[in-house]
Design a protein around this ligand. Structure first.
Ligand code: SF4
Length: 354
């Protein structure tokens, strides 16, 4: 896997990252186990690209994003970041005080624009809060900055003194984006930023994120469960299952030549508006994701995999570079012998929404 110390294009690298939540029981609240939400994730992000992170709900996507930005404390592992002024640093063990200068450089856009904005604050207060926290500008300068940010995300400066309840979902997400932009970040973690929005509004917000990336050269980590959105926006994709990356590849390679059976099953489930394209039911996932408090032995996907053999039950497959590729990583014992089906050719996300 590319190494942030040797590859200057890599801006962020996550190594063996774990986040375990303790399970307490009884009056004494003894720890009787752990929910392994993120269980040894390795991935890297290149500067200026969009890394899509995809998987079913409960696979650890949101927890991973929150550990990277340190809204959650990682249990183990490294979050290596190429900072603007201090070279490569590990964010994982830092105290909140040590993190403060780097918090500005990595921001997050949240999933639910209805609950992520404080309803008692005006738009100006919401968007300028990160500037106040970081002691940037005078009140007058901050008001002007916020007005310019609103215009940048397609909102009028006349909205400065309004409250979140006066806006639609799409407009609220634009306010959330303006807030994230206020401190001039380099990396933005977008946690399902369009999943709570109507499909037509989703396209507008995605367009806006792409325009902003082109203008400011942002690096995005884009977390989503919708593969057609992921296909549209990502340069590379990490597929997560039970807190582990099972496949990591450029978007074309992943959709046209998946190497992991879980990816194949996710691709088979993409609905197509074209009635001639039928879902391949044999490949669809059956059963639920096993509990992350009690993950299966060996390959975490073995309980649902159509291609399972005894080795899959006994041995954990490591994420490693697939033979004959330069940038396609997979964690499957059998990837070389399986001929997995690519995604059906379907209209791209933007074509679907018009
Ligand atoms: Fe399926 Fe085995 Fe590959 Fe896991 S290692 S995905 S169980 S074939």
């Amino acid at each position: 896997m590319p190494d942030i110390y040797r590859d200057e294009d890599v801006i962020l690298e996550v190594r063996k990252l774990k986040k375990y939540f303790p399970i307490h029981k009884g009056l004494l609240r003894r720890v009787v186990g752990h929910v392994k939400a993120v269980d040894g994730v390795d991935l890297f992000v290149r500067s200026g690209e969009t890394l899509g992170v995809v998987g079913e709900s409960g696979c650890g996507k949101t927890t991973l994003g929150r550990c990277i930005i340190r809204l959650l404390e990682p249990t183990e592992g490294e979050v290596l970041y190429r900072s603007r002024h201090d070279g490569i640093i590990d964010l994982a063990p830092m105290t909140m005080q040590e993190l403060k200068p780097y918090r500005r450089e990595i921001q997050m856009i949240f999933q639910d624009p209805f609950s992520s904005l404080n309803s008692r604050m005006t738009v100006e207060e919401i968007v300028s809060e990160p500037l106040v926290v970081n002691d940037i500008g005078t009140p007058e300068e901050r008001r002007e900055t916020v007005a310019a940010l609103l215009e940048n995300v397609g909102l009028s400066r006349a909205y400065l003194d309004r409250y979140p309840h006066e806006f639609s979902g799409g407009q609220r997400q634009r306010i959330g984006i303006a807030r994230a932009l206020s401190v001039k970040p380099r990396v933005i973690i977008c946690d399902e930023p369009v999943s709570a929005l109507d499909v037509s509004v989703q396209a507008q917000v995605i367009n806006l994120l792409e325009e902003l990336q082109e203008k400011y050269d942002f690096t995005y980590i884009f977390i989503a469960h919708d593969l057609s959105v992921i296909e549209h926006i990502s340069d590379r994709v990490a597929v997560l299952y039970l807190g582990k990356v099972v496949e990591l590849a450029d978007v074309g390679g992943l959709f046209d030549q998946p190497l992991h059976p879980y990816t194949e099953a996710l691709l088979a489930a993409i609905p197509s508006p074209n009635p001639d394209i039928k879902l391949n039911r044999e490949l669809l996932l059956t059963g639920n994701v096993p509990s992350p408090a009690n993950p299966p032995s060996g390959c975490p996907f073995h309980t649902r995999c159509h291609y399972r053999v005894q080795r899959c039950v006994d041995e954990v497959p490591e994420l490693s570079l697939a033979e004959g590729t330069t940038d396609h990583f997979v964690a499957c014992h059998r990837y070389q012998e399986l001929e997995l089906k690519p995604a059906a050719k379907h209209e791209l996300f933007m074509d679907q929404v018009g």
